[in-house]
Design a protein around this ligand. Structure first.
Ligand SMILES: *[C@@H]1O[C@H](CO)[C@@H](O)[C@H](O)[C@H]1NC(C)=O
Length: 135
């Protein structure tokens, strides 16, 4: 490689590496609408605690919906990873993983005892994405 080629190409290669690395680890969303319906069996209140955005704590009565609008950085583990509690249970789930949920502008999750389920429309057809509790 001539020194001319090396001097011109190296910075371009580095720019490419850095921008793809930052895309992979973090992206941004604008006006992401997230809704959560308490679909627990047994008429239980659901409490959601989200550490990384405001307002970060909700109490949702049986059958009721909580919604919020989020704009900002997003990654597979941040910031919509929330704690879901009802009597005798405490679980975590991420309400928006850009690798799995980028198909929804309105992400509506139905919280069941065995995990959250998201309803979404693809090609005019109603689909479901069932997500296991992360812990
Ligand atoms: C659910 O929460 C509401 C409002 O805080 C309260 O009035 C109600 O008693 C709670 N229900 C149960 C089953 O804990």
């Amino acid at each position: 490689m001539s020194s001319f080629t090396r001097n011109v190409l190296m910075p371009l290669v580095l720019v490419g590496v850095f921008s793809s690395a930052s895309n992979a680890s973090q992206s941004f969303v604008n006006d992401l609408l997230v809704e959560v319906t308490n679909s627990l069996d047994g008429n239980l209140n659901l409490t959601i605690v989200c550490q990384n955005f405001r307002p970060g704590r909700f109490n949702i009565q049986p059958g009721k919906i909580q919604q919020w609008l989020y704009s900002g950085p997003i990654s597979p583990v941040f910031p919509l990873n929330c704690n879901f509690r009802w009597p005798g249970a405490s679980h975590y789930s991420n309400l928006y993983n850009p690798n799995l949920d980028s198909d929804c502008e309105l992400c509506h999750w139905y919280i069941h005892q065995n995990g959250p389920c998201r309803k979404h429309v693809i090609g005019g057809k109603l689909q479901y994405r069932f997500s296991r509790w992360a812990s």
